[in-house]
Design a protein around this ligand. Structure first.
Ligand code: ATP
Ligand code: MG
Length: 764
């Protein structure tokens, strides 16, 4: 069955109601007609019966009374009675006659009844006449025989009336019997009609009721089903809303968690330190970008691995990690030395025990403190210089005076005893010693001087040109002096005398470093020190400088010596040969001038001191060097292989070149560079440092490349002065050319850009 809607149900029930009502109306109408028929029949029967009674009461009774009266008349013994009876007979005769003629108000139902009633009337008339005869006979005193005949006639007439009445009544009885039967039949039919229609009605009603009940039941069932469906739909909906809500909450929580994780991971990754998480078994659980940078191994590769695999250097530290976990105390290893690409670096390690949510392990923090250490060294040196300067300054001043007195008195003494040669010799010897002492005190005073003397902007080149002779005198003949003074160097604000002393000190040191002769190179150029340089050279500041390089091809220095050369009284020379104050003076001068000094030195190859003196502010201050203007820097898209043993310099070169548009490949030494060249054929140019540890230096690498890949362009760089390079290059023309065109370290971006473009565009 189709589902029943509210409207459908009411329409069906209305249709059934109309149908049932129609059946009832039909039955009612039918019953009314049936009952009317019965009613008609009963009326008819009533009419017939009332006719019979009327005829009986108005005809039969008066006639029989009249008969008795007439009989009494006949039999009356006297006339008086006779007369009285006659009056009664007349009255009754008249009354009956009147009643009969009126027809007693009877309405005849049929012609037969009317006819039969007519018979009664005519019989009455005959009988009334016979009574009249009887009356007449009684008066005249008729004989008995005649009288009997008369009465017999009367009786005959009377019987005729009785017969007519009987016939009429019989007819009426017959009619009423028939009518009653018909009425009975009608009533029976009506009864059956009622019975049948009632039964039919009951059946119809029952069927309708059953139908309606069925319909209502189905309707109710459907409503219930619908309600259940609605309920279950609502439940499903509620469930889905609840699920959606919890899903949303989950997504939000996940999002927050992800955000937090990213945030924490950003914090961890933004730390300059290497941060490595390990579990109790020593497997890596956390690997930050510092660790990736340090090892070159990604977090995906490192996570889950035993620490020694991605970070072999830390394999010996597992015991310390376990100690930290067991003791729940952090373990600090203040300074550890390790070799990286042939360079000694310093690191500090701290191990923090971890116990979070039942997960035990540790976090290892590694900090590269090489730069920090260097900065501290610079700071310590400055402080030391300051302290020693103050101390020696005071003493030197007093000593100078004392020596002045000693020397003065010795000279006076010498004049007074000029005849005593022996005494003269002793005085000379004493004077020599005193003068040496005076020389030291002079140096000490120079070193300890704080204030810059009144100074004016000077041209470095002019001073150096004037020093030619002085320098030459300080050296031996086996040393060749080369000066390369760049035209147009900026003026600098320095004390010219102090500068001359410094150059002299450096020349003397160079002489001592080249006992078998060699080359001394003095160069000047304008330099712009940028942030990259400053971050690699503690103690320096960005800005415009004039660089004065003094380089030799001498014995060079090891790292230890290099780190101590500026300390007062540090000397490697034999006792009496060196005071160890020369470089302290130079340092002090440079500091006083607001400049900076650095050393390039390689044992057995030579040493170059680069002094940076700040550009003097004259008239047009802060005019940026055109060389430094990045908008004018030439760039390119070629691929350049950069080779340098200093990681920091490698990074700087890479950044500079990438910025200029070049693709950069890097190598930490010549051997690595050779390997890269064998594997790649997309290199356009090799830019290499000259002095590198290992069997191959920059020149050997350049020679190898020129032979194997003649089409490759080469640019060399070195902290050493140019002429020294020429010597190292030997007699090879190509290498000599490279040495001529090499880039002087430190170089800034503009210098690198110009040099690279020049080499790339050079046809040869
Ligand atoms: N050009 C150089 N090559 C190699 N080593 C050098 C050079 N210049 C300086 N040194 C080293 O630095 C040390 C300190 O030099 P510094 O000039 O301060 O003192 P000195 O030369 O020993 O004595 P002084 O200069 O006072 O006579 C030297 O003893 C030497 O070991
Ligand atoms: Mg010296």
């Amino acid at each position: 069955m189709e589902p029943v809607s509210d409207k459908g149900l009411s329409t069906r029930i209305l249709a059934l109601f109309i149908f049932t009502t129609s059946v009832l109306i039909f039955q009612g109408v039918y019953n009314i007609f049936s009952l009317d028929g019965v009613n008609n029949s009963i009326t008819k029967v009533y009419d017939s019966v009332s006719q019979v009674s009327i005829v009986s009461s108005e005809i039969s009774l008066p006639i029989s009374e009249l008969r008795q009266l007439s009989m009494g008349l006949v039999l009356a013994p006297n006339d008086a009675l006779r007369e009285e009876l006659k009056v009664n007979v007349n009255q009754l005769q008249k009354k009956t006659d009147l009643q009969l003629r009126d027809g007693a108000g009877v309405v005849f139902a049929s012609a037969e009844a009317s006819r039969l009633y007519g018979n009664i009337l005519s019989a009455w008339k005959g009988y009334s006449l016979a009574v009249d005869v009887t009356k007449a006979y009684v008066n005249e005193g008729v004989r008995i025989a005649a009288f009997i005949s008369v009465t017999a006639h009367e009786k005959k007439m009377y019987d005729r009336v009785t017969l007519a009445v009987g016939a009429y009544n019989a007819y009426q009885v017959k009619i009423s019997t028939e009518t009653f039967k018909a009425a009975q039949e009608n009533a029976r039919l009506a009864f059956w009609a009622v019975v049948i229609t009632t039964v039919v009605e009951v059946l119809i009603l029952k069927a309708i009721l059953a139908y309606v009940i069925n319909l209502v039941r189905k309707y109710v069932a459907e409503r219930r089903k619908h309600a259940e469906e609605v309920k279950s739909k609502r439940q499903v909906m509620e469930e889905s809303i609840r699920l959606k809500k919890s899903l949303r909450e989950r997504v939000e929580a996940d999002e927050k968690l992800r955000h937090l994780r990213n945030y924490l991971s950003n914090i961890i990754n933004s730390m300059p330190s290497v941060l490595i998480g390990v579990d109790l078994e020593g497997n890596v659980t956390q690997w930050n970008s510092g660790a990736v940078e340090e090892t070159g191994i990604s977090a995906e590769e490192a996570l889950g691995q035993p620490l020694s695999k991605p970070f072999p250097r830390l394999s010996d530290e597992m015991q310390r990690v376990r100690d930290a976990i067991d003791s729940r105390q952090k373990q600090v290893v203040p300074q550890q030395q390790y070799e990286q690409n042939g360079v000694t670096r310093l690191s500090e390690m701290t191990i923090y025990p971890l116990a979070t949510n039942g997960v035990e392990g540790a976090v290892i923090r590694l900090d590269d403190i090489t730069e920090k250490n260097a900065n501290e060294l610079v700071l310590r040196r400055a402080q030391k210089m300051e302290a020693i300067g103050q101390l020696t300054g005071g003493i030197a001043h007093d000593f100078n005076n004392i020596l002045g007195i000693v020397i003065g008195n010795l000279e006076l003494l010498k004049l007074s005893i000029h005849e005593n040669e022996k005494a003269q010799e002793r005085i000379d010897s004493a004077l020599k010693g005193a003068e040496r002492g005076a020389d030291i005190t002079r140096k000490l005073l120079q070193f300890s001087r704080h204030k810059v003397k009144e100074s004016e902007p000077v041209d470095i080149n002019t001073i150096l040109e004037g020093m030619d002779e002085l320098v030459a005198k300080s050296l031996t003949v086996s040393i060749e002096v080369n000066t390369d003074l760049t035209e147009g160097v900026w003026p600098v604000n320095i004390d010219a005398g102090d500068f001359e002393d410094s150059i002299l000190n450096l020349s003397l040191n160079a002489k001592d470093a080249m006992p078998d002769g060699g080359c001394l190179n003095i160069e000047t150029s304008n330099k712009v020190l940028d942030q990259s340089y400053v971050s690699c050279n503690p103690g320096s500041k960005t800005g415009e400088y004039v660089m004065v390089s003094v380089g030799d091809s001498g014995i060079g220095m090891n790292d230890e010596t290099k780190n101590s050369v500026f300390e007062p009284f540090f000397s490697t020379k034999k006792l009496g040969r060196g005071t160890g104050l020369g470089l302290s003076m130079v340092y002090s001068f440079v500091e006083r001038s607001g400049g900076h000094i650095n050393i390039y030195s390689e044992v057995g190859k030579g040493t170059t001191f680069n002094i940076f003196l700040p550009r003097a502010v004259v008239e047009t201050p802060n005019v940026t060097s055109p060389k430094n203007s990045s908008s004018e820097m030439p760039g390119g898209t070629e691929t350049i292989l950069v080779v340098d043993d200093e990681d920091a310099l490698l990074d700087i070169a890479k950044d500079y070149l990438n910025y200029l548009g070049y693709t950069v490949v890097t190598a930490s030494n010549a051997e690595q560079a050779v390997k890269i060249l064998e594997e790649t054929d997309s290199i356009d140019m090799v830019f290499s440092d000259i002095i590198m540890p290992g069997d191959m230096d920059g020149y050997s690498l350049a020679g190898y490349i020129h032979e194997k890949y003649p089409e490759y362009k080469i640019l060399l760089a070195s902290g050493f002065a140019k002429k020294g390079g020429e010597l190292i290059a030997g007699t090879n023309d190509y290498l000599t050319k490279l040495a001529e065109g090499r880039l002087h370290k430190p170089y800034n971006q503009a210098e690198l850009a110009i040099a690279v473009r020049r080499v790339l565009d050079d046809d040869v």
